[in-house]
Design a protein around this ligand. Sequence first.
Ligand code: SF4
Length: 706
Amino acid sequence: PLVDERRSVASVCCYCGTGCGVQVTAEAGRVVSVVGDAHHPANFGQLCSKGRALGDTVRHDNRRVLQAMLRPARGAALQPVERELAISQVADRLAGIIERHGPDAVGFYLSGQLLTEDYAVFNKLARGLVGTNNLDTNSRLCMSSAVTGYKQTLGADAPPACYDDLDHADCVLIAGSNMAYAHPVLFRRLEAAKARRPQMRVIVIDPRRTDTAHLADLHLAIAPGSDVALFHAMLNVLIWEGWVDNDYIARHTEGFAALKARVHEFTPKAAADVCGVPADDIVQAARWFGQAGAALSLYTMGLNQSSSGTAKNVALIHLHLATGQIGKPGAGPFSLTGQPNAMGGREAGGMATLLPGHRDPANADHRAEVAALWGVAGLPVQPGLTAIELFDAAATGKVKALWIAATNPASSLPDQAKVRAALERAELVIVQEAFADIETLAFADIVLPAATWPEKDGTQTNSERRISRVRAAIAPPGDALPDWQLAAAVAQKLAARLAPTQITNFAYASPADVFAEHVATTAGRDLDYSALDYATLDQLGPQQWPFRAGQGTSRLYGDGHFPTANGRARFVDVGYQPVAEATSAHYPIHLTTGRLRDHWHTLARTGLAPALIRHVEEPVLSLHPADLARYRLAEGELARIKSRRGSLVLPVVADDQLKPGLAFLPMHWGRAFVASEGVNALTLPAFDPHSKQPELKHTAIAIAPA
Ligand code: SF4
C-alpha cells in the first residue's frame, strides 16, 4: 500500500536531538512534501533548513545501497547478490568466528540514527545470542559524557528539564554548544523568549564567537578545554558571595564539603589565568546565575567531546545543585542530544556500558533481569569494548568481525589512519547501510541494504525525554529492509547454528512487537514507560518518560528526591585537567571542530540536497586574520594542516570571531565528497576515563602554505 496511495503521515525529523515533528506527504512511492507538524510539542510546526530540505534527500536511488553485496576477496569489487544469501553469509561467517575465537571476537558498531526498535533487536542479538557486550554506537562520540555526568551526580541518565523551560528561564547558560547551528529550532525558541523578556540573561561559553554567542549578554571565549576551571570558579563566587542554597544542599545532596574545599583555590583570578577570560566576566556570570529566579544550562559537544568530558558535565551540574536550580520551571542542567535517537539508544541499552532500561552490565542482578525478560540463560560478564577500544582491538586482531550499521567510522572516528588499519585487519566487516556515498563501504566484505527515513516505522526519543512515533511514508527501495528486520533475520539463522531454542526469540511480526518487548525492560526503572504502546502514542501523541498513570513527566526531581541509593544528589570532588594534547613549538595552533548549519555528520544525506550543499560547498580552515598573516597565507590559498597523526591540504579563510592561535574545521567532509581526507585524519583518540568519549574538540596542529 505504501507504493501507490497518497498518504500523509506524522513523523519526526531524522537529524538532531530536538526531534521536530514533521508531516510527510507521499504519492506513488515518492515524497511530495515535508512540512513542520504544528501539533508536535518539540517544534509546533517550525523546521530548520535541514528539516525543510528533508524531502530533497529521499529516493536518490543512484546513491543508495539497493541490493545486498558480497566482496569475493579483499581488493575485488563488491558483487550484488540476493539478500537472503548475504544474510546467510553473515550468519555463517559470524558463527565460524564465534566457534573459532569466542563471542568477544565479534563487535557491533551502531548509530544514534537507528530507531529504538533497531537498537533493541541488535542489543538482544549481541548480548543474548552472540554473548558479547562488544556493542557500542556513535553515541560514544556524542553523549556518553552527558550520561556519566548525570549518573555520577543525579543518579540516572535522565535530562531533568524540558523545552518549556526555555520560556521560563531568567538566566540561560549555554556551554560548548553552537545551538544556532546544531539545534536551530530550539535556538529560535530561545531567541523568541529573550525577545519577549529582554531581562533574560544569556551567557555563552565557547572558544569561538559563534552565531549562538551573538545572542549572549556575556560571551566567555575560554581556552579550549578549560571549562572545569571556569565552573569551579563560578561555584567559588556563588559560595563566597552567598548565592548558594544551603537548605537545598543540606536536605537533598551529599559531598558538598569536599567540593567546597576543592573550589576554594579556583578564585576568579586563578581561573581567569587558565581560561583566558577576564576575572570580572567570571564573577558576572556567577552572579547572574546565582541571582536568577530560574537558571537553565544548555550544553552539548563542547563539554562532551573531551578527555575530561565527565568532569565538565559534573562541574556544571554542581552549579545547579548548589543553588537548588533544578526540578522547577525554567531551571536545570539540560544536555542537548546530538543525534535524533541517542536517547532511545541509551534507553534500550545500546552502548557497551549499558543494558536495557538504564541497567548496568556490571551488575549481576541487572543481567539476570534482562536475561529473564529476553528468555535467555544469562548475559555476558566480560565488559564490552567502547568505540575507540573496539577499533583498537580490531587493529590488533583481537576482534575479528565488525558489524557496522547506519554509521561511517571510516570518516567519523578520530585518528583515521588507525581506524582504517583496523577495518583492513578485521577478518569480516559487515556494513548495513542505506547510502552509497560513505567511506566505510570500501572496507565491507558483506553489505546489507538498509531502509532509512522515511521508509521505516518505529520510535525515537528526543532531548527532553519525549518519545515520538516515526512513521513510514514510502516503501524502501530495492531490497532494502528496516535495520531491526535485517538484524532479526541474521539472528534467526545464527540461532539455528548457536542456540536453536532461541530462533523464536527473534520472530517479530512488526516493530510494534519489538517496542512491546522493549518497554517491558523499562518497568520499575527510573525511565518507566512500560505502559506505552503504539496505539497509546497514536492516540495521545508524543510522550515524555517516565510515563505513569496515563501521563508523561515534563520535569524530574521537583521533590528533591534523586535516583541514588540514599535519594540524595551527589557533589563529586573533580579536579581540572587540561586538554590531552598540548600545543608545542612544532604544533602551535589549537584546532577545534564542529558542525555547520546546513550539514549533518559525514554528508550521506544532506549531501543529496542541493539547497544544503549550496550553503557551504567545501571544507575550509578558519583562522584569525593575524594567523593568516603570520603564516603568509591569503584567503582562499591552500594550507597544509598537520597534526601528530596526519595531514590535510585545504583552503583557508579569515575569521575574526576566533582568537589568534585557534583554528576551526568543520567535521562533515571526507574522501567521499572532496579530494582531501576529513578532519579526523588529524584528531586524536584520547578519551575520558569514565565516559570513554574521545576528545574530538581539540587537537594541536601546525599550518604552512601548501
Ligand atoms: Fe530537524 Fe533538528 Fe532542524 Fe528540528 S532543529 S528540523 S530536528 S535538524
